[in-house]
Write a protein that binds this ligand. Structure first.
Ligand code: SF4
Length: 452
């Protein structure tokens, strides 16, 4: 069986919201296609006149609301998700002039009409498929098929997994990981850190610096959201409520301060994501409010040191790796259980481990949080990552905390369901789930809201 070789910084990626599958991976595809075009022979480039990009699956069903067309334009204009301006996608809304793409000495126009929202059902191997073409008249000068496989991860036709180093402590399942922890006597974060170094060749200071940058971006999303009022972009006209929730939490004599704060932080970060601003995929952009809210509580509320958050992030990553490896973290494949469900599971492990419990409590907390998200569908209203997504992040954060409380209160050995079983159940449930509940806005709330 393949081992987990995903890096911490592949799982946790910085980039523009509102959906890692629909913005981060498409932007990366656009940029990759630009590189391929620039490598064409001069005679072919001379014939190039326009691009044609076809978006399929949920990229078509919800791509407009999720900003996929603008993300593709951003990529073809040579922006990369991690370093693009925070408001890039808003800037690319309704350009009056066509953009000009520099193919290396030759410029061709790029306009929104070059990006076509195609079939939702198709025979390509992945639901979220993109077909990029460089055209000279009716002649296809270059064609490449890309797949957005969840959490901003990108593959393409002919893709082979890149060569990486071998993990120091190989594992494919939680059972393997548990055995490796027993065999080596290492604490969970040490094992994850050693694997990260072995797989990527990074030094420990580089990993620590990378983790701290992720935490800074997550906290900035929370703080920006708490300091921004008004209406979110898009057709719903949804009012931001992060600042209001925080105000309520600060009222004198309020009973539910802790819960209100946790809700406020998750909603604030999710609202920043809905605006298309930069977030950290954890494991996806749509679910990017859950971990930051928990981190904010750990640092500001419980005054835990940064070290506890770094360790907690590594425990969270272990859960995310296993869910990605043995099921999916893509709403288009398994519904929202794979996004907010996995985020909640990761956050529960993070809380348990960050508060000093050992990996068994972290595993049990992760299992409880995931178990109680099983079957959760993805049905974003108007194709926007707003309803139910924003409040769902708050629910994911609160469930994570509750899962941590339950796991920490019981003897680890008394817990009956292990994480592998919950992940397996998520994969099976996702397989059985009707496509209309997989990020297509063709079922659930997305439909009943329209019908009302
Ligand atoms: S419902 Fe969940 S999976 Fe679907 S777009 Fe919203 S956050 Fe993502």
């Amino acid at each position: 069986m393949r081992h987990v070789t995903t890096s911490l910084f592949e799982l946790f990626k910085i980039g523009p919201g509102p959906s890692s599958s629909h913005t981060i991976a498409p932007m990366r595809a656009g940029r990759d296609f630009l590189r391929r075009c620039r490598a064409l022979p001069r005679e072919a480039l001379h014939l190039a006149e326009r691009f044609e990009v076809r978006l399929l699956g949920s990229l078509s069903a919800t791509g407009q609301g999720h900003g996929t067309d603008r993300a593709v334009i951003g990529g073809l204009l040579d922006y990369c998700p991690e370093h693009c301006p925070a408001d890039l996608l808003s800037r690319l809304t309704r350009p009056e002039e066509p953009h000009r793409v520099d193919l290396g000495g030759r410029e061709i126009p790029l306009q929104p009409g070059d990006i076509v929202f195609g079939a939702i059902h198709h025979d390509h191997p992945y639901a979220n498929t993109m077909i990029f073409r460089l055209m000279g008249g009716e002649k296809i000068l270059l064609e490449q098929e890309y797949y957005s496989v969840g959490g901003g991860f990108l593959q393409w036709k002919g893709w082979v997994a890149p060569e990486t180093g071998n993990p120091e402590h190989p594992y494919s399942t939680m059972l393997d990981l548990r055995r490796a922890l027993h065999r080596t006597g290492l604490p969970l974060h040490e094992l994850i850190l050693q694997n990260e170094q072995a797989v990527t060749g990074s030094s420990m200071p580089e990993v620590v610096e990378g983790l701290d940058r992720l935490v800074d971006v997550m906290l900035a999303a929370v703080d920006n959201g708490l300091n921004t009022e008004g209406v979110l972009p898009g057709s719903i006209g949804l009012n931001r409520k992060g600042p209001t929730l925080l105000l309520r939490a600060c009222e004198k004599g309020i009973r539910d301060r802790f819960l209100l704060e946790l809700n406020a932080y998750a909603v604030a970060a999710a609202e920043e994501n809905a605006t298309g601003h930069c977030v950290v995929t954890a494991p996806t952009a749509g679910a990017s409010g859950v971990l930051p809210s928990v981190i904010k509580v750990m640092l500001d509320g419980f005054k835990l040191p940064r070290m506890a958050v770094r360790r907690g992030l590594m425990a969270a990553a272990a859960v995310g790796f296993l869910c990605k490896h043995n099921a999916s973290i893509a709403g288009a494949e398994v519904g929202c259980q794979g996004e907010v469900g996995v985020a909640s599971s990761m956050a529960a492990a993070m809380l348990a481990y960050g508060f000093g419990h050992d990996f068994r409590v972290a595993e049990n907390a992760a299992e409880i949080a995931l178990e109680h998200h099983l079957g959760l569908t993805c049905d974003p209203v108007e194709g926007l990552v707003q309803i139910p997504c924003i409040e769902r992040n708050a629910m994911g954060a609160v469930k994570a905390y509750n899962a941590y409380l339950i796991a920490a209160a019981e003897l680890p050995a008394h817990h009956v369901v292990d994480l592998d079983r919950a992940i397996h159940a998520m994969a099976e449930t996702g397989r059985d789930m009707n496509t209309k509940y997989k990020e297509t806005s063709r079922g659930g709330l997305a439909v009943s809201m329209v019908n009302c």
